[in-house]
Design a protein around this ligand. Structure first.
Ligand code: C2E
Ligand code: CA
Ligand code: CA
Length: 730
């Protein structure tokens, strides 16, 4: 059997810690978890080596960013996974950039074991790669040192030879020729003494600098300085000269008339026959023009003249660099191919100059929303590419981030462009490639994959995004179909409200939960699992929620029902709850139907408290004040549940069915359910147990407290009319 993992869990609530342990146990992950609730405890836990750190985001007295730093300082390779439901996508992205390894959202604790395993494997791989690199670097450094020693020896020999020759020819006429050559050289030549005072300059020096001999002799070459040459250049120069070595480099200097020029200089000490250094000589070439030409060539070769953005060549070069980084760091990157919809029509209608203005405006917006390290390139016409390097250690996370950027790109086009008096609205399609991919490794392949994804996106219509990944593409297509059909289905009256009874210990119906169904024209009666998760990703969930709520108001106001002392609960998704008009919508809906607010329970989940808890509490209080109850749904599947719960005005906890189903089988769950019942008693809230299927489960619960049961043992969700008829009979 393998060794258990050592896991540090940053978490203040004991019950939440137990939930997390349970989730790992359920996935057969052998682990010893150590709970940490303060900086001091974290430091002490970090004394020993661990395999991974799991952390909640909000732990009183601790700051996640600081914890991350402490961890990285002590164990740079230790993976840190954020396990929280209260951090928005944007924040998560920022934390990933800070070095957090991964994040698992609450309610997806089942993904945690995989995330842990992945983080550990990748950490190990990274470490192995780094060790190998360090060894390689060391051997390279040794080779360089050897080279340096050899070169020095050669230089010494040369110097000896030069000195000997100088001695021999000292009195020779050669010397006169030499001095003539120096004087007439097309390069600036200057000789200074050891203090740096100029003793000689040649004719070209005078011409190029604009200073006469009288002005310059006896002065320090510093009078040419422009302040633009980096300080380290001079440091390096003096370091060489004082060690008796020749130096080469570039200066940005200033002429007497103030104009700047760039010089390439070779500066050497002059040795006397006895080896003493008495002077320095500088030979300098004016390379201003050459530099300008080089920069221009570079610009033409690597940048697009219309927009000033990098061009295809530079993009490919940057992609090559990204691939090199990938080999070193092992992170995933992404290339997004971006194409403006119907651009040709715009160009045809408005002329090329309009097209050019738009392309420049689009480039500017793209550049503004991206991070510094991201590359936006214009490939051709209305085709752009965005390279996002070093996104994340996990492919899945890199995909999330790429989608997130793609969403940002879509929304940055939403504001119309003003060209003259005209407002023009643009959309674009995106094709996303994530790399490295197992099969390919060349920049052109990656570009091709992004383009083929783009092509696919365009077949779906305007403003679309596609991934280069066959499987993912298929899922995206299905989602798209469902979204479209659902939207039509709602207006076509294809939704149904089902009710599932809730009973007390004696079996008497005390309430019912409304559960939506979709009577699909081709696929028959669909369960929420087939469409609610998709609807939750857009405002469709609000349409559905509003529809169900209106239906339930109608049921509550119905004559038969009005006499029954029961509540009906409605599931409210976080997106719906967060809407600014939510409170008014509920009040108005009840009033329109003539329904009693005291018969309505709203089931909410922790997901609604993502950022503004005070606003959430305010809304809940306002609705509570007219008699509406709040029920915390799926309790136990999230994380950090208790810390939030304590602050929220709720009347009821619904223990998730996964806990109930293992009752009397998994002793861990028995203990947890008991703990939850204890919390509920302390907080004076009702408890509804979801998914009660057996008499044993019901008995277990009844023995331990006052629990309302909802489950197949007492009744499945059925047509509202059937359930209401049953209630009236009892
Ligand atoms: P939920 O709110 O947790 O609803 C309880 C789910 O547990 C229901 O599934 C119900 O049929 C099922 N269930 C009840 N008793 C038992 C049992 O004894 N055993 C088992 N195995 N399952 C049981 P359903 O109807 O498929 O709904 C699934 C989810 O869809 C709901 O989970 C809820 O999150 C969502 N949903 C359903 N209707 C709506 C709605 O009108 N609005 C929103 N926003 N979400 C809804
Ligand atoms: Ca529910
Ligand atoms: Ca539930």
């Amino acid at each position: 059997m393998s060794k258990p993992l050592r896991i540090i869990v940053i978490e203040d609530e004991t019950a939440d810690f137990l939930l997390l342990e349970r989730s790992l146990r359920q996935h057969d992950m052998l682990a010893v978890c150590q709970r940490v609730g303060s900086d001091a405890e974290l430091d002490s836990a970090l004394q020993d080596k661990s395999d991974v750190v799991l952390s909640d985001y909000n732990v009183p007295g601790m700051d996640f960013g600081t914890s991350l730093q402490r961890i990285q300082q002590r164990w740079p390779d230790l993976p840190v996974i954020l396990v929280s439901g209260t951090v928005g996508e944007e924040k998560a992205v920022e934390l990933l950039r800070l070095g957090m390894t991964d994040f698992v959202f609450k309610g997806h604790l089942n993904l945690l074991p995989k995330a842990i395993q992945r983080a550990i494997d990748e950490g190990n791989e990274r470490r192995a790669r780094r060790d190998a690199e360090a060894a390689l670097q060391q051997s390279q450094a040794a080779a360089l040192e050897e080279q340096r020693v050899a070169r020095l020896a050669a230089l010494n020999l040369m110097e000896d030879a030069v000195a000997a020759r100088a001695r021999a020819e000292a009195a020779n006429a050669e010397l006169r020729k030499l001095s003539l050559a120096v004087e007439q050289s097309p390069e600036s030549i200057a000789i200074t003494n050891l203090d740096g005072d100029i003793e000689y300059v040649n004719e070209f020096f005078v011409q190029n600098s604009g200073y006469s001999r009288e002005e310059i002799i006896g002065r320090n070459p510093r009078i040419l300085h422009s302040d633009k040459t980096p300080k380290h250049t001079y440091d390096d120069l003096w370091h060489h000269l004082t060690s008796g070595e020749t130096w080469q480099g570039e200066f940005i200097n200033r002429r007497k008339d103030g104009s700047e020029y760039i010089e390439h200089a070779i500066v050497s000490p002059i040795r006397q026959p006895d080896g003493r250094i008495t002077h320095y000589v500088a030979i300098k070439e004016d390379i201003t023009e050459k530099k300008r030409a080089e920069a221009e060539i570079h610009r033409l070769a690597f940048y697009d003249t219309l927009t000033g953005l990098p061009n295809r060549t530079l993009l490919l070069e940057r992609t090559t660099q990204a691939l090199a980084t990938i080999r070193r760091v092992g992170h995933f990157s992404s290339l997004i191919s971006f194409n403006i919809d119907r651009f040709k029509n715009i160009n045809d209608a408005g002329g090329q100059s309009l097209g050019d203005v738009l392309l420049r405006a689009v480039s500017e917006r793209l550049t503004n929303i991206l991070h510094e390290g991201d590359v936006v390139a214009r490939i051709a016409g209305d085709e752009f590419c965005i390279l996002l390097s070093d996104l994340a250690p996990q492919q899945q996370t890199a995909m999330h981030l790429a989608i997130w950027v793609s969403e940002k790109l879509h929304s940055c086009l939403q504001d119309p462009f003003r060209v003259g008096d005209e407002l023009i609205t643009l959309t674009a399609c995106h094709g996303i490639a994530i790399f490295p991919d197992k099969t390919e490794d060349a920049p052109l392949d990656i570009l091709r994959r992004a383009n083929s994804a783009l092509h696919h996106a365009k077949t779906k219509g305007s403003g679309q995004t596609s991934f280069f990944e066959t499987a993912l593409d298929e899922i995206a297509r299905q989602r798209f179909d469902i979204e479209r059909e659902l939207h039509q289905g709602i207006t076509a009256g294809e939704l149904r409200v089902f009710l599932q009874p809730q009973v007390d210990a004696a079996g008497k119906i005390v309430g019912a939960e409304s559960l939506v169904r979709w009577q699909h024209p081709q696929h028959g009666l669909l369960s929420p699992g087939a469409f609610i998760p998709i609807a939750e990703e857009s405002n469709l969930i609000i349409e559905i929620g509003t529809w169900v709520f209106t239906e339930v108001c109608r049921l509550l106001a119905h004559n038969d029902m009005a006499t029954l002392p029961i509540r009906i609960s409605v599931n409210i998704s976080p997106r719906h709850f967060r809407q600014s008009g939510f409170v008014d919508q509920i009040k108005q809906g009840l009033a329109d139907a003539g329904a009693d607010p005291a018969r309505l329970t709203l089931e909410v989940t922790e997901g609604m408290v993502i950022d503004n808890i005070d606003e959430v509490i305010g809304k809940m209080n306002e609705l509570s004040s007219i008699g509406i109850h709040f029920s915390m749904d799926d309790f136990g599947t999230g994380y950090s549940s208790l810390s939030y719960l304590k602050r929220l005005p709720i009347h009821e906890l619904k223990i998730d069915k996964s806990f109930i189903q293992d009752l009397t089988i998994d002793p861990g769950d028995d203990a947890l359910v008991e703990a939850i019942l204890a919390v509920a008693r302390l907080m004076h809230v009702n408890v509804v147990a979801e998914g009660v299927e057996t008499a044993e489960q019901a008995a277990f619960l009844n023995l331990r407290g006052q629990v309302i049961h909802q489950g197949y043992l007492f009744g499945r969700p059925e047509q509202a009319e059937t359930v209401i008829a049953n209630m009236l009979k009892q």
